[in-house]
Write a protein that binds this ligand. Structure first.
Ligand code: SAM
Length: 448
């Protein structure tokens, strides 16, 4: 009999493959359906997330074990084979248990013929350990380093290329970055200032954000301050982006702040709390109505909220020069947050940049129009890809005479090794800072 944890993980894989589901949303639903909690829930989570993350490597292994193209293997059987391979190569599940449970999943789901096939394939997978398989199926690192890293660490080749380019002079760190991308991130909480303190939150204080704690274990939803919105779940890198906007020196009035791309509202909630504690207020804008609704919920009960607007940030309804501080947390490839989104690396394509980059430029330009002369804009992405970071900032600044780059990195005191690709910008990294790879640039609108 296949157990409930493996059945739940298989259902998640299937939803991700066939219904474009997000692992992080499909998982809690599957855990609930099967009544899983505690260790069983943790096991199902690692099974599903780990399998989705390393799918490219497991497919290379399975292709070597199957005598026909993988595309000809029934998709439902392939899902189970990937799950079995993850248990055999990356989890400490004894081989006999990994094989027998996978075979019984396939038997009950597809039938006895497919179960026999799965048994034979997984016995072949057992012939080598993970390193042995990488030696066998990955290109030799001396001949093709990117190809080797791509298979060994299960990242598409173009992603390895873009991440390497973004590391600039530190390309020797690419292996460490890819390893970090394959580790499930811990949960970080933020105590929204004026609404809660980190003394109220369980866990160890974060190194750089004065509002964060790393939750060691347990369900964040069970923390009272999180449950009533006075605190939230937020990566330390995201906290730092909001803190940089709030800390940027400013001459003149400092009353009206804008978050141009606010959904689902994590940074807006921190910004509103900070603004409220200084007698200022935040307008949170979001284009998509359902995400604007999430912003509304994130800001419910917060001081410092001037309004929530649903509009295209490239053609907003407010007058130019309406704000003193503006955050553009731009829609991006998200390649800096791969730890959190197991399927993202396999869904994203380099061609996505064709649509994203012009939108990012238009949003940064619109933010510069929205801020008053003398005001500040922070342009941020959860991607280190240069086309989305330094190249957007450089091209927008080249097209305007009323803006200049400021020093955002100086506003992150104590954060080591965070220099970004342009002077004064910052770039955080999962392998260096244990945060998402947030990029940030401070752009100052010159006084009139
Ligand atoms: C990276 S997310 C922002 C995350 C958010 N700041 C937070 O911390 O929770 C980018 C957001 O921009 C929104 N967006 C995309 N195009 C937009 C546009 N033209 N105007 C305004 N928002 C847009 C997306 O729907 C998405 O919610």
């Amino acid at each position: 009999m296949a157990d409930a944890a493996r059945t739940a993980a298989l259902e998640v894989l299937r939803a991700v493959r066939s219904a474009d589901a997000y692992t992080n949303l499909a998982l809690p639903a599957a855990l609930k359906r099967h009544g899983l909690s505690g260790r069983d829930a943790a096991f199902a989570t690692e099974l599903a997330s780990g399998t989705v993350r390393r799918q490219g490597l497991y497919d290379a292994v399975l292709a070597d074990c199957v005598d026909r193209p993988l595309a000809k293997v029934q998709a439902r059987v392939l899902d189970a084979l990937r799950l079995g391979t993850h248990q055999l190569l990356a989890m400490r599940v004894p081989s006999h248990a990994a094989i027998s449970t996978t075979v019984s999943l396939v038997r009950s789901d597809v039938g006895p013929g497919a179960a026999g096939f799965a048994n034979a394939v997984l016995r072949r997978v057992c012939e080598h350990d993970l390193d042995g398989w990488v030696d066998r199926v990955a290109p030799d690192a001396g001949d093709d380093l990117v190809g080797h890293l791509s298979v060994a660490h299960a990242h598409p080749r173009w992603v390895v290329e873009e991440l390497s380019r973004a590391l600039g002079s530190r390309q020797d760190e690419i292996g460490a970055l890819l390893v970090a991308d394959n580790e499930a991130p811990g949960v970080t909480l933020v105590a929204r200032p004026g609404r809660s303190t980190r003394d109220e939150l369980p866990g160890e204080p974060t190194a750089w954000s004065p509002y964060g704690v790393h939750l060691e274990s347990g369900d964040p939803g069970a923390v009272p301050a999180v449950r009533d919105g006075r605190a939230g779940v937020q990566d330390e890198g995201s906290q730092l982006v909001a803190l940089v906007l709030a800390a940027a020196p400013l001459d003149g009035p400092d009353a009206r702040w804008l978050d141009l791309c606010a959904g689902p509202g994590g940074k807006a909630a921190l910004l509103a709390a900070l603004a409220g504690s200084r007698g200022a207020g935040l307008v949170a804008n979001e284009r998509q109505p359902h995400r604007a609704e999430l912003v509304r919920r994130a800001l419910a009960g917060s001081p410092g909220v001037l309004g929530i607007v649903t509009s295209d940030g490239t053609a907003p309804p407010w007058e130019p020069s309406s704000f003193d501080r503006v955050l553009v947390d731009a829609p991006c490839t998200g390649l800096g947050a791969l730890r959190r989104r197991p399927e993202a690396r396999w869904r994203r394509q380099r061609a996505d940049l064709h649509d994203l980059v012009p939108l990012q430029r238009a949003l940064l330009s619109s933010a510069l129009d929205s801020v008053r002369p003398g005001g500040v804009v922070v342009y941020a992405t959860c991607s280190p890809v240069l086309a989305e970071t330094s190249e957007v900032v450089t091209s927008v600044l080249a097209s305007r005479t009323d803006a200049e780059l400021g020093d955002a990195a100086a506003l992150l005191p104590g954060v080591p090794d965070c220099a970004g690709p342009l002077p004064g910008t910052f770039q955080l990294w999962p392998h260096r800072h244990q945060t998402d790879a947030m990029f940030g640039a401070l752009v100052r609108r010159l006084p009139a």
